[in-house]
Design a protein around this ligand. Structure first.
Ligand SMILES: NC(=O)c1ccc[n+]([C@@H]2O[C@H](COP(=O)([O-])OP(=O)(O)OC[C@H]3O[C@@H](n4cnc5c(N)ncnc54)[C@H](OP(=O)(O)O)[C@@H]3O)[C@@H](O)[C@H]2O)c1
Length: 314
């Protein structure tokens, strides 16, 4: 996304903490008008004050209403309010995300973390289509952990609740990558581009649905697939080779070897960046995402089922 942001309207979801907060500070400092899309408006007002104390001329806007990606009605209300304001949104950063077990489901039976990290941002992006004019950019924050995930069955992905956080989170992040590539494919002709970003390491019921296992043909994407990674997660130690769920002895060896490399690099990534004042492990570049994320057939099926669940047209 190499374009000046001065004067652009940027919506950052989950801007009340962590990466979203730091992104808001940076973009405000660069002259963007930053819209804080947060579920807690008091926290967002605190962020607004913090940024204004750092940059008195910063344009930082709270709201217009709370945005909770875990709640489909909240996502709709937020998009409606923003569309009604008739503002042109230049950049949407789908950053809000969480990692916990799935102790709850939506009224439609979608697992909580899947709703929060994937389906909520999917619906938000699609509902904001009227505000996203030609030239707009959609950035989906994903994670290196998507490389360990494999979505073999969309019904299980959406509706299985009782999995540990370490199983579900990478699946939601892989879904973010599929969504990015499918969005690029569908909206490129409108002049809207999409990219997935792995920020590196930063400290501070089954209900039916199509089964897509088996020997269905896999189509590659014919439109650009842009996945950016930062710091040590751009290393070939992370990006090369096929990982994913372990099958067989070699599959387990390969996966554990990759996980050991990823863990080691993640323990070095942010301390290096921090200790060097951002001189080391800070560059962001285009790398390949996981092998499975280039399955255009699955991306299309995921889009269609997401549309159905979010009550949006295909
Ligand atoms: N930190 C890392 O090392 C890392 C690595 C790879 C990818 N990521 C991704 O980067 C993104 C930000 O992570 P982070 O580390 O900055 O997390 P964080 O510090 O926990 O901040 C998460 C932000 O998302 C918001 N949020 C959580 N659930 C939400 C919901 N249901 N609706 C709206 N907002 C919600 C939080 O709001 P509240 O303040 O109200 O809780 C907060 O503003 C996530 O998508 C994460 O998957 C992080």
């Amino acid at each position: 996304m190499e374009q000046p942001v001065r004067g652009k309207l940027v919506l950052i979801t989950g801007a009340s903490a962590g990466i979203g907060l730091e992104t808001a500070k940076q973009l405000a400092a660069e002259g963007a008008t930053v819209l804080l899309g947060c579920r807690n408006l008091d926290k967002a007002k605190g962020v607004q004050q913090e940024i204004r104390s750092l940059h008195p001329d910063a344009n930082v806007i709270v709201g217009p209403v709370p945005l909770n990606t875990a709640r489909p009605d909240s996502v709709r209300e937020y998009a409606q309010a923003l569309n009604d304001s008739k503002q042109v949104l230049h950049i949407l950063v789908n950053n809000a995300g969480a990692n916990y077990k799935n102790p709850w489901k939506t009224a439609d039976g979608v697992a909580g973390l899947v709703q929060t990290n994937y389906l909520g941002p999917y619906a938000l992006t699609r509902l904001l289509e009227p505000a996203l004019q030609p030239g707009a950019r959609v950035i989906n924050v994903t994670s290196v952990t998507h490389r360990m995930a494999h979505i073999g069955d969309l019904g299980k992905f959406f509706f299985t609740r009782n999995k540990g956080a370490t199983d579900v989170y990478p699946l939601t992040k892989l879904a973010n990558v599929y969504f990015t590539y499918e969005l690029e494919k569908r909206w490129q002709s409108k002049g809207i581009r999409a990219a997935a970003v792995d920020p590196g390491c930063a400290m501070p019921q089954w209900k039916g649905g199509p089964s897509i296992n088996g020997s269905r043909p896999k189509q590659p994407f014919t439109t650009p697939c842009r996945y950016y990674a930062r710091g040590l997660f751009t290393s070939p130690l992370i990006t090369w080779g096929r990982v994913g769920p372990a099958r067989g002895i070699w599959g387990h060896i390969r996966t554990y070897a990759w996980a050991a490399r990823a863990l080691t690099l993640s323990l070095l990534d942010w301390p290096l960046r921090y200790a060097s004042g951002g001189r080391l492990a800070s560059s962001t570049c285009l790398v390949r995402s996981s092998t499975q994320s280039y399955d255009a057939t699955l991306a299309q099926e995921l889009w269609d089922m997401s549309a159905e669940l979010a009550k949006l047209p295909q």
